[in-house]
Design a protein around this ligand. Structure first.
Ligand code: GCB
Length: 600
């Protein structure tokens, strides 16, 4: 093995040791043998979050022994909530509930076969989860938007297993996000829960990508990394991509990992015009797993973004992970179809999944529809940059997200922060995050949604610059601006310009203004559709002057719930910057952007 290969393998091994920790990461759960644990779960409210301590350990599910026994909760008599789902809109009394709820599901083993391993998998639970089975704590997970799983093989009975998961959605200053966000703090288990069954040794994760150095070669290369989980490993594994005539034997190292590289001829590259996905099968010992994977490269050259070596303009829109019509977190293929359908109609080839990891279904659907994605973590207002624990949490959450979505061609950008003011602690934190991501994934671009500054030299009134020192670690300069909404009127936009001190592609990651769908007035009346329409016109006119503009993601596709927004009869708990109302009706500004994208 060459020294270069040895170093790559070492980096890869240490990465998997890091991510494995005490629990394990399992990717591509949609294509594994699993039983759904979705549906009605019993619940016990724990507003002061004492259910794990003191006199009332709720997760033990104690049942009174006789009529004299004292137990102060009961799953047996408890009501139910639907999982997956935000708890806030299932019962009126839970609308603004912040604290803990303990959920219980009773289930049987998938089949009584021996020599299998079982895992409880949770797609996401906001924010801090304590997972217990049959009275034993399996572990905790922090972070409201990334998946996690715990092995339950040792504790699983044939019948009547009691899975109790405590979820605490209290907002804390050392959390990610921190205390204040402009979105609703949906509590609970918001994505699918599965019981996964695997052989004793199985493929837990793999990364496949197109080697960008082979882009201009006749025969291109697919790079691969494979991770097995088990106590003993077969010496060989296999990867099959029938359409590309790939049937390749992979050598497994002693610790169950492997890196490999395969030459392929006549590969069709993934792009919005041709979102080609290949059937890929991986085999190791008794385990076989299938996936649908696209291959592409994404790079920058001077001020351009290059997809498969060709310049691309990102016609985007921002999005929250909500189905506004159902008033819930999005959690299904149908939810993903609704919002990506709107984005397609708008003429988008790009969507910013703001401000935290969205459900996996939307990323998989974007792969199929040919929509490129920006993904991010809620490193948002008010983060405690000084706390090393917060940095560790951010790295862990990014690792979980990268593990989940590495094989999705649609995902092209990781954004490491949104509207965070530069200072030494924050700059060091974000530099460390950028290095962390690059050490695991060199197949995507890095950005951050920065703030703009008034230019001090040149024309102070009309010119803005992006000065954020974090830019040197990023591939794309992105910035949010709200001219015509949070500052001045839309009529002032046209004379403004933006420039960045570094020559890199630029994305306008947010602009917009609020409008109540159905309220018509004139272009100077706030909250009217006419004002928003005019604001979009004037902003778009201003963007055409930005040197190096490579894309935009206006704020936002649809109205979304936010407790910060309380103006009666206009907001009523909704941020109204959507181009579409919560009932799915398009506002006038939708058509302004649509027209621009259709001709771009
Ligand atoms: C922003 C934030 C976004 C808000 C938006 C607004 O700059 O990034 O989270 O929702 O402004 O509507 O004010």
């Amino acid at each position: 093995m060459t020294t270069h290969k040895k170093i790559t393998l070492l980096l890869f091994l240490s990465f998997f040791v890091l991510i494995n920790g005490q629990d394990i990461f399992i990717s591509n759960v949609q294509n594994r043998k699993a039983a759904s644990l979705n549906g009605k779960w019993k619940y016990v409210l724990d507003p002061y979050s004492t259910g794990q301590i003191g006199f009332m350990p709720i997760y033990k599910n104690v049942i009174p022994k006789d009529k004299s026994d004292r137990v102060e909760y009961s799953f047996e008599k408890a009501q139910t909530l639907w999982i997956p789902g935000s708890w806030n809109f299932q019962k009126p009394e839970l609308q603004y509930f912040e604290g803990s709820i303990w959920f219980q599901k009773v289930f049987n083993k998938i089949d009584p076969s021996k020599n299998k391993r079982y895992f409880v998998y949770v797609g996401a639970a906001n924010y801090l989860s304590t997972v217990t089975l049959n009275g034993e704590i399996l572990g905790k997970h922090e972070g409201g938007f990334t998946p996690f799983c715990f092995e339950v093989t040792r504790l699983l009975k044939e019948k009547d297993n009691s899975l109790i998961i405590g979820v605490n959605n209290s907002r804390e200053s050392n959390s990610i996000p921190a205390k204040v966000t402009d979105w609703f703090n949906h509590g609970g288990i918001t994505r699918d829960v599965l019981l996964i069954e695997e052989p004793e040794t199985f493929i837990s994760n793999y990364f496949l990508s197109l080697d960008k150095t082979s882009l201009n070669l006749e025969s291109k290369r697919i790079e691969g990394k494979l991770q097995l989980s088990g106590t003993t490993f077969p010496p060989k594994a296999r990867i099959l991509i029938p359409e590309l005539k790939v049937n390749y034997e992979i050598t497994i190292e002693n610790d169950g990992c492997s890196t490999f590289s395969i030459d392929v001829k006549n590969i069709e590259l993934w792009s919005p015009e041709n979102p080609k996905l290949y059937n890929v099968t991986l085999e190791a010992g008794n385990d076989t797993i299938n996936d649908l994977i696209g291959f592409r490269t994404i790079e920058t050259k001077e001020k351009q973004i290059l997809l498969n070596g060709k310049p691309v303009f990102l016609k985007g829109i921002s999005l929250h992970d909500e189905n506004p019509v159902r008033k819930d977190r999005a959690n299904s293929v149908d939810d993903a179809k609704l919002v990506l359908g709107w984005a397609k109609e708008l003429g988008c080839n790009f969507v910013r999944l703001a401000h935290y990891p969205h459900q996996e279904n939307i990323v998989r659907l974007a792969d199929k529809l040919g929509i490129m994605l920006w993904e991010e973590l809620p490193l948002y207002w008010g983060i405690n940059w000084d706390d090393p624990e917060v940095l560790n949490k951010a790295k862990k959450q990014f690792t979980e997200l990268i593990n989940r979505d590495f094989n999705r061609a649609s995902s092209i950008i990781w954004s490491i922060a949104n509207e965070t003011a530069p200072n030494d602690a924050r700059n060091a934190f974000l530099t460390s995050i950028a290095e962390h991501i690059k050490s695991i994934d060199q197949t995507r671009l890095l950005t951050a949604a920065c703030k703009k500054d008034q230019a001090v030299d040149g024309h102070p009134d009309d010119e803005y610059t992006i000065n954020d020192p974090i830019m040197q670690h990023l591939d794309i300069i992105s910035f949010n601006e709200y001219l015509g909404w949070y500052g001045g009127l839309p009529s002032e936009c046209r004379k403004k310009t933006f420039r960045s001190k570094i020559d890199k592609p630029i994305i306008v990651s947010e602009f917009g203004g609020g409008a109540l769908q159905g309220f018509y007035a004139d272009s100077l009346t706030r909250w009217s559709e006419d004002y928003q329409e005019y604001l979009y016109r004037e902003n778009i006119a201003m963007f055409d002057k930005i040197d190096g503009l490579a894309g935009m993601t206006p704020w936002i596709l649809a109205d979304f719930m936010s407790p910060l927004r309380q103006l009666p009869d206009v907001q009523d708990g909704w941020n109204r910057k959507g181009l579409i109302s919560e009932r799915g009706i398009k506002k006038k500004a939708f058509f302004v952007l649509q027209k621009y994208y259709m001709t771009k």
